[in-house]
Design a protein around this ligand. Structure first.
Ligand SMILES: C[S@@+](CC[C@H](N)C(=O)[O-])C[C@H]1O[C@@H](n2cnc3c(N)ncnc32)[C@H](O)[C@@H]1O
Length: 234
């Protein structure tokens, strides 16, 4: 299989954008059904954990339909400047419908349209694994953070131990693609499976963040490690 920067070429931006464009209208429902609504709590926790007193400028990268951006705005409170950025216009349109007052920007997370040292906090929820280079995305997000600012990465992970063997893997391999195929296009959920399986595990992602210049990297498993939250400081 051909690779670009260690990633499969099936993760070319055009293909990713077309895929998310085709499932945008069902994205929120699929999320709720496939995670049994646990995704709501994962995003809320991400927003709350990333923020420190005095933070005012926030960017949610790969914001999709905007749920994490809205959690960020709620946790940040009044006076905060919150931007949601995504490269799929169909997803952004739905985000804008939810909250027109937030600034929604069409742009590429690999080449962010902001100067260096701009934001106090960046978040990315279920977006990093779609990028053609994980390291390239992490370094670009670090560039626009101010020194001392934090990046929070919420992403699917690899649960370990008994839970993984007995509950999660059968669900992930057999049931989740069927739910996906029933509610949406099968190829999108085949892609979901592949992109999760090839994404680094918790410790590998923490090491990658450190290699990309983040310090004080901490990580926690959510829902037995099916999902993980990593936070690192510039
Ligand atoms: C699985 S969705 C996650 C959406 C949202 N963050 C959430 O928590 O549900 C992934 C999103 O990443 C976006 N995306 C993937 N690669 C991107 C890139 N290089 N730049 C901007 N957005 C990207 C897709 O358009 C899609 O909306």
């Amino acid at each position: 299989m051909s690779k670009v920067n260690g990633k499969k070429t099936s993760q070319e931006p055009e293909k990713i954008r077309a895929m998310f464009g085709s499932i945008a209208g069902r994205y929120d429902v699929l999320n709720r059904v496939m995670s049994a609504r646990l995704d709501v709590g994962w995003r809320r926790r991400t927003a709350r954990q990333a923020i420190e007193p005095g933070d005012t400028k926030f960017l949610d990268v790969a914001c999709g339909t905007g749920d994490l951006t809205l959690d960020l705005a709620a946790a940040a409170g009044e006076g905060a400047q919150v931007i949601g950025l995504d490269f799929t216009p169909e997803m952004l349109r739905l985000a804008k419908d939810k909250q027109p007052s937030i600034s929604w920007v069409e742009g590429d997370g690999m080449n962010l349209p902001f100067p260096d040292d701009t934001f106090d906090v960046l978040t990315i929820g279920f977006g990093l694994r779609n990028m053609i280079s994980y390291e390239g995305g992490l370094r670009e997000m670090r560039r626009v953070l101010r020194p001392g600012g934090r990046l929070a990465v919420l992403e699917c992970s690899h649960p370990e131990g008994l839970f993984m063997r007995t509950v999660y893997m059968p669900y992930f391999k057999h049931i989740l693609p069927r739910i996906g195929a029933t509610l949406s296009r099968q190829s999108a959920y085949k892609y979901l499976q592949e992109s999760v399986l090839e994404f680094p595990d918790r410790r590998e992602l923490a090491a990658m963040m450190s290699d990309c210049g983040f310090s004080e990297v901490r990580h926690e498993p959510l829902t037995f490690g099916a999902v993980a939250l990593h936070i690192g400081r510039k």
